[in-house]
Design a protein around this ligand. Structure first.
Ligand SMILES: Cc1cc2nc3c(=O)[nH]c(=O)nc-3n(C[C@H](O)[C@H](O)[C@H](O)COP(=O)(O)OP(=O)(O)OC[C@H]3O[C@@H](n4cnc5c(N)ncnc54)[C@H](O)[C@@H]3O)c2cc1C
Length: 433
């Protein structure tokens, strides 16, 4: 059966793009990449820049998974914070990893310009707004970011936040000028077209079903054919199957949801900024205005990978709770996607003991990290340098099996409860005369 894209805002507004053929017969390449999300596409593109020949296998269509359905926020950092990273990688390692994450943001921005990618619409700025009163905390973060990473963040008072976000839910905020938001599907399709133009072979509707070792490399098999290669790179993200059991055991698929509204007559009565907005709740809400009059809103995380029947209603409620003035809001589309999380919450980028490369586990922070992952894997394969080793502290830890899933869901509920408690306290404090 031919599986195509699900109905998302991005699908409705995607550029024209070719269907790539399914793999048939025997092929050869230096590198076979399994998975056509942004991790796979970035790896293919970076390998090509180093003179390697590449073949990319995608089970469905390129960017069919998380890469073509996400919020489109491109920001520095990872799915977990600096202190957590430093615990495993040390302070210097964590700083070097942060610098790589910044390079990832820059790479995406540069690719859009260099490849002249159509309808990607990069728009500068992300506004992080908090739902409790903590001016001093945010001001300290501005100073700390400057000192530690040289990053410029702009503090916004409650009045400034409320000029842009007309919601009583918000207190102060931080504006991140180096971040941007974009159309991730058009970016991925553009990168795919560039790969094809530069001689890379892309095969859609081609799930890798087996990888076998042979002299000097591997043979990767699909239902229709095979590819003999020196290197294999596994980029299955939240859709990683059992082709390589060690990878399947090392991640948890976590679902998250998005909603696209119908056009809103005067959207500035609620949101009056071109920046994308993220609140500080753990697994909180993130959203932005698209096409000048619609809201694209993301939120919720769950270990339940099947969509709830009332997905659209769940998301709609979150919007109207934040902006009661949007009580008449109509839903145009709602969808979910799967993210891949390792227990350490960092990307998994490296090589198995069998010599297979992997670049996965980007969690909810994949737009910059898939780009840099592609680059460090390609550098390692080409023998150019070994920056990939900075990710070594975050390997293929066991995901905990069913207990891992329960633990993640319980942690999420706990964090949600903590957020609710913090916000209730904040609003009570603020309401005091
Ligand atoms: C709703 C949502 C919102 C998000 N918002 C943001 C955001 O705003 N900013 C941000 O930075 N990150 C965000 N993320 C996270 C980001 O989208 C992901 O981290 C990133 O796209 C992961 O890329 P990937 O290439 O690893 O995985 P995917 O894009 O999921 O691609 C994996 C691909 O591998 C294929 N595959 C798997 N197994 C095989 C096989 N055996 N053979 C062939 N193909 C195979 C799958 O079909 C799939 O297409 C969000 C994620 C979701 C789901």
């Amino acid at each position: 059966m031919t599986e195509t894209y699900i109905d998302t805002y991005y699908r409705r507004t995607s550029v024209d793009h070719p269907a790539y053929p399914a793999l048939a017969g025997s092929h050869q390449a230096d590198v076979c990449i399994i998975g056509g999300g942004l991790a796979g596409l970035s790896t293919a593109y970076e390998c090509l820049q180093r003179g390697l020949t590449v073949a990319l296998l995608e089970r469905h269509r390129i960017a069919w998974g998380a890469s073509g359905r996400n919020g489109g926020f491109v920001t520095a950092g990872y799915a977990t914070g600096h202190d957590q990273i430093a615990r495993r990688a040390g302070e210097a390692g964590a700083k070097a990893l942060h610098d790589l994450s910044v390079e990832g943001v820059r790479m995406v921005r540069e690719n859009i310009d260099r490849l002249d990618l159509p309808r990607v619409n990069p728009t500068p700025g992300v506004l992080r707004a908090i739902r409790y009163d903590d001016a001093a905390g945010l001001q300290a973060e501005v100073a700390e970011s400057k000192r530690k990473f040289g990053t410029t963040l702009r503090y916004l008072s409650r009045e400034e936040v409320q000029e842009k976000l007309k919601s009583k839910a918000y207190f102060q905020g931080l504006y991140v000028p180096d971040a941007f938001h974009f159309h991730p599907l058009n970016y991925a399709l553009g990168l795919g077209a560039a790969i094809a133009r530069q001689g890379g072979a892309i095969f859609e509707q081609s799930a890798a079903t087996a990888i076998t070792r042979k002299a000097g490399g591997f043979t990767v098999t699909t239902a229709g054919g095979s590819i003999a290669v020196e290197h294999v790179v596994l980029c299955g993200g939240g859709y990683t199957d059992r082709v390589v059991p060690a990878l399947h055991r090392a991640y948890l698929p976590i679902a998250t949801y998005m909603l696209l509204s119908e056009p809103i007559a005067d959207i500035t009565q609620a949101i009056d900024t071109n920046a994308a907005i993220a609140d500080d709740r753990r697994a909180g809400d993130y959203y932005r205005v698209v096409d000048g009059n619609r809201i694209l809103w993301g939120g919720c995380i769950t270990t339940r990978t099947a969509d709830p029947a009332n997905l659209a209603a769940i998301m709609r409620r979150r919007i109207v709770e934040t902006y009661p003035q949007l009580g008449a809001l109509k839903v145009a589309a709602a969808w979910s996607g799967l993210m891949s999380y390792a227990r350490h919450l960092m990307p998994q980028i490296g090589r198995t003991s069998d010599g297979l490369w992997f670049a996965t586990g980007f969690g909810g922070h994949g737009m910059n990290t898939t780009a840099i992952a592609g680059r460090v894997v390609a550098e390692a394969i080409a023998g150019e340098c070994d920056r990939i080793k900075l990710y070594k502290p975050f390997g293929l830890d066991w995901n905990g099996g069913p207990f891992g899933r329960i633990a993640v869901q319980a942690t999420y509920w706990y964090l949600q409860a903590m957020d609710a408690w913090r916000e209730r306290g904040a609003h009570k404090t603020h309401a005091r005369p």
